[in-house]
Design a binder for this molecule. Structure first.
Ligand code: C5P
Length: 236
């Protein structure tokens, strides 16, 4: 399957059409952005690592019964996916307090959330992805009640699967962001799962092993991504 035309260029991935109207190619680039794209840097190997990381995780989720858009790994930086009708809302699951939750509610970083919590954010760069609730999603037509129910159920099922995978590798899955879309009427997991869109801490030392290393200028970003990939068994 070959790329035909650029459909959309995001902050870290470019989406291309293919000869099949139901399939797209995602290209993972080395661009790494933070603070709504105000800071962008090229990190060597990041595109390849995230592409293979995402393919590995999506395959694991698929095997566990989660519908995902992923079809086939095409190259180091490209994956073939189903063309979804994307729901413009990000789903965030949090097992521990970090990031915007700490800033918003003044909770200590690392506080264990029992049960894990769930948040929705509107995908809108100009508005800095504001937090929204289920009523907003329904009233503005971003998602139906049924779709929201499925997004929530899938997000928590994914939490159980991924928490176990990372726990076995000595890592805490602190939080993560998911995006869903619709394919043939079914809610399907889209976008990506990589260290760019989740927080992972080393269990023993609480060392940050994710994009917070970039956001907070801690250095060793790619080394941390590679270490996580190695620990969970992603072939790089
Ligand atoms: O910034 P915040 O604490 O709300 O992020 C929660 C989780 O969602 C983090 O793992 C972060 O990397 C991810 N996220 C993302 N893309 C966004 C917003 C958050 O991947 N636009």
């Amino acid at each position: 399957m070959k790329k035909i035309a650029e459909l959309y260029r995001g902050k870290a991935k470019t989406v291309y059409t293919t000869s099949n109207p139901n399939l797209l190619i995602l290209e993972f680039r080395n661009d790494t952005s933070a603070f709504d794209g105000q800071r962008i840097e090229q990190l060597d190997r990041k595109g390849m690592i995230n592409n293979k990381f995402n393919y590995f995780i999506m395959t694991k989720l698929n095997e566990a019964g989660i519908p995902t858009q992923v079809e086939q790994l095409l190259s180091n930086n490209e994956v073939l996916v189903k063309k979804l009708d994307m729901i413009p809302v990000e789903c965030v699951v949090r097992n521990r307090a970090a990031g915007s939750l700490v800033r918003r509610l003044g909770i200590e970083e690392g506080f264990i959330l029992n049960p894990p919590t769930f948040e929705l954010f509107l995908k809108n760069d100009a508005l800095h992805d504001p937090m929204v609730n289920e009523y907003h999603c329904e009233s503005f037509g971003w998602a139906t009640k049924d779709q929201l129910q499925q997004m929530k159920e899938l997000s928590f099922k994914i939490n159980t699967i991924l928490t176990n995978i990372f726990d076995d590798a000595g890592l805490i899955l602190v939080d993560y962001k998911l995006e869903f879309g619709v394919f043939n009427g079914e809610v399907v997991l889209g976008d990506e799962f990589s260290p760019d869109g989740c927080r992972l801490w080393e269990k023993e030392t609480l060392k940050k092993m994710d994009k917070d290393r970039f956001r907070q200028g801690l250095g060793g970003v790619i080394e941390a991504y590679e270490e996580v990939a190695h620990r969970i068994g992603v072939p790089l």
